[in-house]
Design a protein around this ligand. Structure first.
Ligand code: FAD
Length: 377
C-alpha cells in the first residue's frame, strides 16, 4: 500500500487546481500554417479539454498576416493568435525564436508550450527551454494527463512514460502522426493580436550600456577594449547561426509526413538514375517518395526524403519498401503505417518481420512489372 504523506496530498491538489493554458509555436509557409502545427493543437486538447490555446506565429510582411488569418480559422479550439511581426523573424532562426518564446512566456505564463516534432520545432524548443530553465520532453506520442506523457525510446523499441514534476511551463514536442486532426467544422475566427516587441532587444541594450561603462573605466586600454568589443560584439550581435538561403524541391507529390501512400527505395536501387523507378511508381499511385539513410548517403535522393529515426516519421495507410533491409533505425519511422508491403530479394531480411505483405523478388523485375500493369493515374 502506498502511504500518502501530507506533502504529497498537498502537491497533488496544487497540480490539479493549476489552470492550464497552452502556447503553440506555429510554423507557416506561403501564407498558411503547416498541418503539423494543427496536430499540435490536437495534442494541446489531450493535455486538457478546457485548456485555452494560444498560437504564436512570427515572421514579417503580408504572408505572415495571411498565415495568421489561416491560423485563426483552422481549428475551433483556438482561443487567440499571437503575431510577432518583425524583420528579425523573416527566417525562423532558433536564437531569435527562442528569445521570442521567452518574452511571450514572461507575459502569458503558460502552463504548457507545445510544438511539432519536426525540424522547425526541434530547432527552437531546446533553446527556448534552456532560456526558461526547463527540461523539455520531446517526441511525445501520447498524453495521459497534463503532466504525464509517452515517448518512444531505443529507436521506438520501447515506450517510456514520463511524469513532469518541474515548474511551469511544461515544454513538449509532439509527433504529428500521433495526433491526427479531427476537425469537422471550421472555427469562428479567433482574435489576432500583435506581440509587443518593444522589450525584445532589451538584452542588447543592457549589453551596450555595460560596454560603455567598461569603456569609460578602461579608457586607457582602448586597444584591449576594442578587441574585446569586436569579439563579444560579434558573438552577441551576429549570433551563432545566420540565414543563408532556402532551397526546396518543387513537387506536386504529397508531403511525406502526411501522405496516405509512401513508396520507399533503399540502397539496392544502386543509383539516382534507377531511383527514378520509385518516383514513377509514386506518381502512378499518387504517393510520396521516401528513402533509407543508405540511399540518401549514397546521393540517390536529397536527405529530406529520409524516413526513420533521424529522418521523417510517417504513418501512411500504405507503405511500400523496395530493397530496404529493415534496420531498426528505419523501422522507427514507419511503425504507425497501417499496411506495410516489402519487396526484397533476401527472404531473411528483417523488413519481412514487420511487413503485412512480403514478396521475395528482385526489385528490378518487380517495379517495371508494376509500372506496366498499373493504370495511368
Ligand atoms: P541495406 O541495409 O544495405 O539493405 C539493402 C537491402 O536491399 C538488403 O536487404 C538486400 O537484400 C536488398 N536488395 C539488394 N538488392 C536487391 C534487389 N535487386 N531487389 C530487392 N532487394 C534487394 N536508416 C534509415 O533508413 N533511416 C534513419 O533515419 C536512420 N537513422 C540512423 C541513425 C543512426 C544513429 C544510425 C547508426 C543508423 C541510422 N540509419 C537510418 C541507418 C540504418 O542503420 C541502415 O544502415 C539503413 O536503414 C540501411 O538502408 P537500406 O535498407 O537501404 O540498405
Amino acid at each position: 500500500a502506498i502511504k500518502t504523506t501530507p506533502l504529497l496530498r498537498f502537491s497533488s491538489v496544487t497540480s490539479i487546481s493549476r489552470s492550464i493554458s497552452t502556447l503553440i509555436l506555429v510554423e507557416h509557409d506561403g501564407g498558411a500554417i503547416k498541418s503539423q502545427s494543427i496536430s499540435a493543437v490536437e495534442a494541446a486538447k489531450s493535455v486538457d479539454k478546457q485548456t485555452s490555446i494560444s498560437l504564436l506565429l512570427a515572421g514579417s510582411g503580408p504572408s505572415l498576416q495571411q498565415a495568421a488569418a489561416h491560423a485563426a480559422s483552422c481549428h475551433p479550439s483556438i482561443s487567440q493568435v499571437l503575431v510577432a511581426d518583425s524583420d528579425k523573424f523573416t527566417h525562423p532562426l532558433a536564437e531569435t525564436w527562442a528569445r521570442l518564446v521567452q518574452l511571450v512566456q514572461q507575459k502569458g505564463e503558460y502552463s504548457h508550450i507545445i510544438t511539432a516534432s519536426n525540424s522547425f520545432g526541434k530547432n527552437i524548443l531546446p533553446r527556448a527551454a534552456a532560456l526558461l530553465d526547463v527540461s523539455p520532453i520531446t517526441d511525445v506520442i501520447a498524453i495521459s494527463s497534463s503532466n504525464q506523457f509517452v515517448r518512444p525510446i531505443y529507436a521506438g523499441n520501447a515506450l517510456c512514460t514520463v511524469r513532469y514534476s518541474g515548474s511551469n511551463p511544461c515544454m513538449l514536442s509532439v509527433r504529428s502522426t500521433s495526433f491526427a486532426v479531427s476537425v469537422d467544422s471550421k472555427s469562428n475566427e479567433a482574435p489576432i493580436s500583435q506581440v509587443d516587441l518593444s522589450t525584445f532587444d532589451e538584452g542588447l541594450l543592457r549589453f551596450s550600456c555595460l560596454y560603455k561603462f567598461l569603456l569609460a573605466c578602461l579608457g586607457f586600454k582602448v586597444l584591449l577594449v576594442t578587441l574585446f568589443h569586436v569579439l563579444v560584439g560579434y558573438l552577441y550581435f551576429v549570433g551563432k547561426s545566420r540565414y543563408i538561403n532556402h532551397t526546396a524541391q518543387v513537387t506536386e507529390r504529397p508531403d511525406l509526413g502526411n501522405a496516405q501512400v509512401v513508396i520507399t527505395g533503399g540502397r539496392a536501387l544502386k543509383s539516382a538514375e534507377n531511383f527514378k523507378m520509385i518516383e514513377k511508381l509514386a506518381e502512378k499511385l499518387g504517393a510520396a517518395v521516401g528513402a533509407t539513410r543508405a540511399a540518401v548517403d549514397a546521393g540517390f535522393v536529397p536527405n529530406d526524403l529520409q524516413v526513420g529515426q533521424t529522418g521523417k516519421i510517417v504513418a501512411p495507410k500504405l507503405y511500400m519498401a523496395f530493397g530496404v533491409s529493415g534496420a531498426i533505425q528505419h523501422l522507427a519511422g514507419i511503425r504507425d503505417s497501417k499496411v506495410i508491403v516489402a519487396v526484397n530479394k533476401d527472404a531473411d531480411a528483417p523488413i519481412f518481420q514487420v511487413a503485412d505483405y512480403g514478396l521475395v523478388g528482385d526489385l528490378f523485375e518487380v517495379i517495371p512489372e508494376l509500372l506496366e500493369k498499373l493504370p495511368e493515374k
